[in-house]
Design a protein around this ligand. Structure first.
Ligand code: 6PG
Length: 244
C-alpha cells in the first residue's frame, strides 16, 4: 500500500501473521548471517509476540543459527525477572529456554539496580558497546502497539518521546506495572528492519493513526517509528486492519 508509514501485510489471524513473520525473519537471518556473521534482534513484550516466539523456538528452531543471534529488548517492566509480568520472563519461557542460544548472546534489561535510572544507564552502555557509532543498530527490532498507540514503553505525551541523546530511559506510566525502562526513538529508528505485530479489533483505531504519516507521535507514539534507513513492516490481522 502507498502513502502510509511502512508496508502493511494483512492476515486472517494472529496465527497466520506470526507464521509469515517467522518465515520472513528466518530469511533475513540467513541473508544477514551469511554476509555478516551476526544478527541482532530486539524483542518486544506484551502478549502478541508469544505466538511468533513459539514458532521461532519450535517449527523454525532448527533452521536458525542461534549462536549467531544476539537478543536485546525494546523495553522492560521494572520488576523482578521472575515476575509474571516481566518481558524477559515471557521471552525466556516462550523462546530462549527452548533454543540453543549461548547465554552471552542474550542481553536482558536488568532490573536488579537500586533504581530504574541506573538500570537504564547500564542498558544504554551495553547497547552502545554492541553498536559502536550511531548509524546502525538492530538488524531487526520487533515492536507491539497498545490500544492507545504506545510502543515499547513510549507512551503518549511522555518526555521520552522527545529524547534525542539517550538511547535508554526510565519512564513512569499509567499502565501497570508503572515503572519501565524503554529504548527511545533514536536506536529504534536506526534499525535495519522494524516489524510491528498488531492483532485484534481493539487496536484498529491506533493502527490507522500509526500508519498515517501526518499523525502526531506525541498522541500516538507508534507513529514516531520511522526507520531512517531501514524497512518498516506492519504484520496485522483482519480484525485490526479490516479490508473494507
Ligand atoms: C510492553 C511492550 C508493549 C507491548 C504493547 C502491546 O512491555 O508492554 O513491549 O509495547 O508491545 O503494549 O502489548 P500486547 O501485545 O499485550 O497487546
Amino acid at each position: 500500500m502507498h502513502g502510509l508509514n511502512g508496508e502493511i501485510k494483512s492476515f486472517r489471524n494472529l496465527e497466520d501473521l506470526s507464521a509469515a513473520a517467522a518465515d520472513r525473519i528466518v530469511e533475513i537471518i540467513h541473508e544477514v548471517v551469511s554476509k555478516e556473521g551476526v544478527f541482532s534482534l530486539a524483542l518486544s513484550g506484551g502478549s502478541t509476540p508469544k505466538t511468533l516466539y513459539k514458532f521461532l523456538s519450535t517449527t523454525r528452531r532448527d533452521v536458525i543459527p542461534w549462536d549467531r543471534i544476539h537478543i536485546f529488548f525494546g523495553d522492560e517492566r521494572y520488576i523482578s525477572q521472575d515476575d509474571l509480568q516481566s518481558n524477559f520472563r515471557m521471552a525466556r519461557e516462550t523462546l530462549l529456554e527452548a533454543v540453543p542460544i549461548p547465554r552471552e548472546n542474550v542481553h536482558p534489561i536488568r532490573t536488579n539496580f537500586p533504581d530504574a535510572e541506573k538500570a537504564a544507564v547500564a542498558y544504554e552502555r551495553e547497547v552502545r558497546e554492541f553498536f559502536p557509532g550511531t548509524e546502525n543498530t538492530f538488524t531487526l527490532a520487533l515492536l507491539g502497539m497498545g490500544k492507545e498507540g504506545h510502543t515499547a514503553s513510549l507512551f503518549p505525551y511522555s518526555p521520552a518521546l522527545d529524547e534525542t541523546d539517550r538511547w535508554v530511559v526510565p519512564v513512569s506510566t499509567t499502565a501497570l506495572p508503572p515503572t519501565r525502562i524503554t529504548l527511545t526513538y533514536p536506536p529504534l529508528n536506526s534499525s535495519r528492519n522494524i516489524f510491528f505485530l498488531v492483532a485484534g479489533a481493539g487496536k484498529r483505531e491506533a493502527l490507522r493513526a500509526a500508519v498515517t504519516p501526518s499523525t502526531d507521535h506525541h498522541l500516538c507514539p507508534s507513529a514516531g517509528i520511522k526507520p531512517s534507513h531501514g524497512d518498516l513492516i506492519w504484520w496485522v490481522d483482519a480484525a485490526a486492519w479490516p479490508s473494507s
